[in-house]
Design a protein around this ligand. Structure first.
Ligand SMILES: [Ca+2]
Ligand SMILES: [Ca+2]
Length: 624
C-alpha cells in the first residue's frame, strides 16, 4: 500500500503536466457548408506541443499551427463534399502520450435561417434580462462570477430570460412586430464591475466570456434554439446582437491569451476616444485613428486585435456557427466603427456568402451623414469601401428627435426648424447605395426613452412613431415604447432599462394585456399596432418609393408609392389646425379622388385641400 502511494506521489507531477484538450472552438461544424474550411482553436494544458492527425473520410487536416502560448493549437480543416456527419477524432501525439478528442460534424438542418429583414419588417429591441422572466430557477447561480439577482437593484440582473420572452411572442405578433432583436444572449460570466461609482452586473450582455455558450441565466443554448424556433413558427424573425470589437475581461481566452497580440496592447491603459472623425477625416493623424479603433471601450472590455488572423477566423466562424446553430435571420453589430474595417468586410462577406439573404446592420453612433455612409455601402470616394448592407440610422434618429422637440413651438416654422430637420436628413440619401436598408429608430437601450425626449407630449410621440413607421428604412422600436415607458438616463442608463411591467412573477400590473394597461397606454399601444399592421399588408409602405416635398410653414408632406398604391403622410408641426391645398402635390396625387385615413378609418371625399389638425401627422391611403 505504501509503495503504491509512493509511486502515485512520484507520478503526480508527470500527470499534472500531461498534455490534454479541454476545449475546441467551434464546438462543432457542419458538412455541406459553402466554404469547406474551418480552423479549430484547440485548447488545453500544452495542447500546442502535440502533433495532430485527423483520420476521417472527407476531412483533411491541411495545417497545424501554434502560437507563443503552448496551450493552444490551431488546426485548419477542409471538409470535403464526401464528408458525412459524425464524430471526428482529433488525435494529438506527444512523446509516448496520445490524446484523442472527439469533435462533431453535423448535418445541416433545413429550418429557416438567415432570412434577413427588409422594410417590410418591424424590429422590436428588448433586453432579455428586463423583459420577462419565464424561469425563476435560472435567475442566479452561485458558481458564476456574479452570483446576484435582485430586482430592487437597478444595476443587478433581474432574472428575465428567453423562456419568458418566448411566452410573449404572441403579444409581439399582435403588436405588429415581425422581428425580435435582443441585446446579446451569449454568456457574460463577468464579475460585478464599478461603473460610475456603482457596482454593476453585465446584464446588458456586451462582455462575452464564452462565445459558444448562451448565458445559462437566459436559459442556455437550448432555450435560444427553442426561442428562434417558436418565433419562426409564428412568422417572426430573430436578430442576433454580435460583438466583435471586444470581449469580457473574464473571457476564458483572455485569462490565458493565445498570444499577447490577441488584444490591442498599449504601454499604459488607453481608452478609445469614442471620436468618430479620425476614421473618415482625410487630415487625421494616425495616432488619433489608432486611439479610436484600438483603444479599449472600457477597462473591463479588452479590445480584440482583428488583424491577428487567428482572432479574425475565430470571430468569423462564430458568426457563421451562430446562424447555422440557432437559425437567426439578421445580424446587428455592436460598436461597428471601433472595429478593424477590412476585418468587418471579410466578416460580412463570409456571412453573405453562406446566407445571401441575411441582413447585417451595425451600430455606428455618429452625427454626420458622411460618417454614417462610411460604414455602409456608399457612393462616396472614400479610400476604404465598406461592404456592409445596412446600418443603424443615427443621423435620422437625431433629426427626428431634434425636429419633434420643436413641434408646436415657433421654431417649427423656422428655416431649419421642426420637420425641416427630417427632410434635410433624408434629402442626403444619395450618399448610400441603398438607404432603404438602414435600420431606423427613435430610442434604444443607450438613449433616453422616446416619450421623455419629446417632453411626454403624446402628439409629438405619435408624430415621431408615424414618421418612423412610414418613411424609408427598416423600423425598430425599443421595448416598452408602445406602453409609454419613459425616463431619461438620469442618474444612469438603468432608468431606460426598467422591467417590462407584467413580465416578472409577482408584478402588480401586467401591461402585456389590454386590461392591465391604462387608457393612455392602450391608446399608444393601439396606435403602434394600427400602423404596424397596416404597413405589413401595404407594399407602398413596405417596399414603395419615397417622395418628399420641401416643408412649408411647418407642414411636411411625403408619399410612399408603388404600382399597387399610394400613401400620403401630411404632418402639421404647428400648434394650430391647417388647411393645405394639394395642387403642389399633383405629381403624386393626380388621378386620386378620395382617401381613407389609416389611423382613424375616416373617409376623405375632397382631396383638393387637406385638413390637418395641430401637431398631427395624417396618414392617408389614396383611392380613385
Ligand atoms: Ca429567469
Ligand atoms: Ca477596437
Amino acid at each position: 500500500m505504501m509503495k503504491k502511494l509512493l509511486l502515485l506521489w512520484l507520478l503526480l507531477p508527470l500527470l499534472a503536466s500531461a498534455q490534454s484538450i479541454t476545449r475546441v472552438n467551434p464546438t462543432n461544424w457542419w458538412v455541406g457548408m459553402k466554404d469547406p474550411h474551418v480552423q479549430l482553436l484547440v485548447y488545453g494544458p500544452r495542447a500546442g506541443s502535440l502533433t495532430y492527425t485527423v483520420n476521417y473520410p472527407g476531412v483533411t487536416l491541411t495545417k497545424a499551427s501554434t502560437t507563443e502560448n503552448p496551450n493552444y493549437a490551431f488546426l485548419d480543416l477542409t471538409i470535403g463534399p464526401e464528408a458525412k456527419p459524425g464524430q471526428v477524432a482529433l488525435v494529438g501525439r506527444g512523446g509516448r502520450r496520445t490524446v484523442t478528442q472527439k469533435w462533431e460534424l453535423r448535418a445541416r438542418d433545413n429550418r429557416p435561417k438567415g432570412q434577413g429583414v427588409t422594410q417590410a419588417d418591424l424590429i422590436y429591441l428588448a433586453m432579455p434580462d428586463r423583459f420577462a422572466n419565464g424561469d425563476p430557477k435560472n435567475d442566479k447561480f452561485s458558481d458564476l462570477a456574479d452570483p446576484n439577482a435582485d430586482r430592487a437593484n437597478p444595476f443587478y440582473r433581474h432574472g428575465g430570460d428567453l423562456a419568458g420572452a418566448a411566452q410573449r411572442l404572441n403579444y409581439l405578433k399582435d403588436l405588429g412586430v415581425t422581428a425580435v432583436w435582443f441585446t446579446p444572449v451569449i454568456e457574460n460570466n463577468q464579475p460585478l464591475t464599478n461603473e460610475g461609482g456603482a457596482m454593476r452586473s453585465a446584464y446588458h450582455g456586451y462582455g462575452f466570456t464564452d462565445h459558444y455558450t448562451v448565458d445559462r441565466r437566459l436559459g442556455g443554448n437550448e432555450a435560444y434554439r427553442n426561442f428562434v424556433q417558436n418565433a419562426h413558427n409564428l412568422g417572426l424573425k430573430v436578430v442576433q446582437d454580435a460583438v466583435y470589437n471586444h470581449v469580457g475581461i473574464n473571457h476564458w481566452l483572455v485569462k490565458d491569451l493565445p498570444s499577447k497580440d490577441w488584444l490591442h496592447q498599449w504601454p499604459t491603459y488607453t481608452n478609445t476616444s469614442y471620436r468618430q472623425q479620425p476614421i473618415t477625416d482625410p487630415h487625421a493623424a494616425q495616432i488619433d485613428r489608432l486611439v479610436t479603433t484600438d483603444g479599449w471601450f472600457v477597462p473591463f472590455l479588452p479590445d480584440l486585435n482583428q488583424q491577428n488572423p487567428y482572432v479574425a477566423n475565430f470571430l468569423i466562424q462564430h458568426a457563421l456557427w451562430s446562424v447555422e446553430m440557432f437559425g437567426v435571420d439578421a445580424w446587428r453589430i455592436d460598436t461597428y466603427m471601433y472595429n478593424d474595417q477590412p476585418f468587418m468586410n471579410r466578416c460580412n462577406a463570409a456571412l453573405l456568402a453562406e446566407y445571401p439573404n441575411i441582413h447585417i446592420f451595425g451600430e455606428s453612433s455618429v452625427t454626420s451623414i458622411v460618417d454614417q455612409a462610411y460604414y455602409v455601402r456608399n457612393k462616396i470616394d472614400f479610400p476604404f469601401k465598406s461592404n456592409q448592407p445596412g446600418g443603424l440610422d443615427f443621423v435620422l434618429e437625431n433629426a427626428m428627435l431634434a425636429g419633434l422637440k420643436e413641434v408646436g413651438t415657433p421654431a417649427a416654422t423656422g428655416w431649419d426648424g421642426g420637420a425641416q430637420k427630417v427632410y434635410q436628413a433624408l434629402a442626403q440619401d444619395a450618399v448610400y447605395q441603398d438607404p432603404t436598408r438602414l435600420v431606423t429608430f427613435i430610442d434604444n437601450h443607450d438613449h433616453n426613452r422616446f416619450l421623455s425626449e419629446v417632453g411626454e407630449d403624446v402628439d409629438r410621440f405619435k408624430m415621431g412613431l408615424t414618421w418612423l413607421l412610414t418613411t424609408r428604412g427598416i423600423p425598430s422600436i425599443y421595448y416598452g415604447t408602445e406602453i409609454l415607458m419613459k425616463n431619461f438616463k438620469d442618474p444612469s442608463d438603468a432608468e431606460v432599462r426598467r422591467d417590462f411591467p407584467g413580465g416578472f412573477p409577482g408584478d402588480k400590473e401586467n401591461k402585456f394585456t389590454a386590461a392591465g394597461r391604462t387608457t393612455a397606454e392602450n391608446d399608444a399601444f393601439n396606435f403602434v399596432r394600427t400602423l404596424a399592421n397596416y404597413r405589413k399588408t401595404h407594399p407602398a409602405l413596405s417596399s414603395g418609393q419615397l417622395m418628399q416635398y420641401l416643408p412649408e410653414n411647418g407642414l411636411y408632406v411625403y408619399f410612399r408609392y408603388d404600382a399597387t398604391g399610394t400613401v400620403l403622410v401630411a404632418t402639421n408641426t404647428t400648434d394650430k389646425p391647417a388647411a393645405l391645398p394639394t395642387a403642389r402635390f399633383t405629381e403624386r396625387m393626380s388621378g386620386f379622388t378620395k382617401a381613407q385615413n389609416v389611423l382613424t378609418g375616416e373617409s376623405v371625399a375632397d382631396l383638393s385641400t387637406l385638413q390637418l389638425p395641430a401637431k398631427t401627422a395624417v396618414v392617408l391611403e389614396l383611392g380613385k
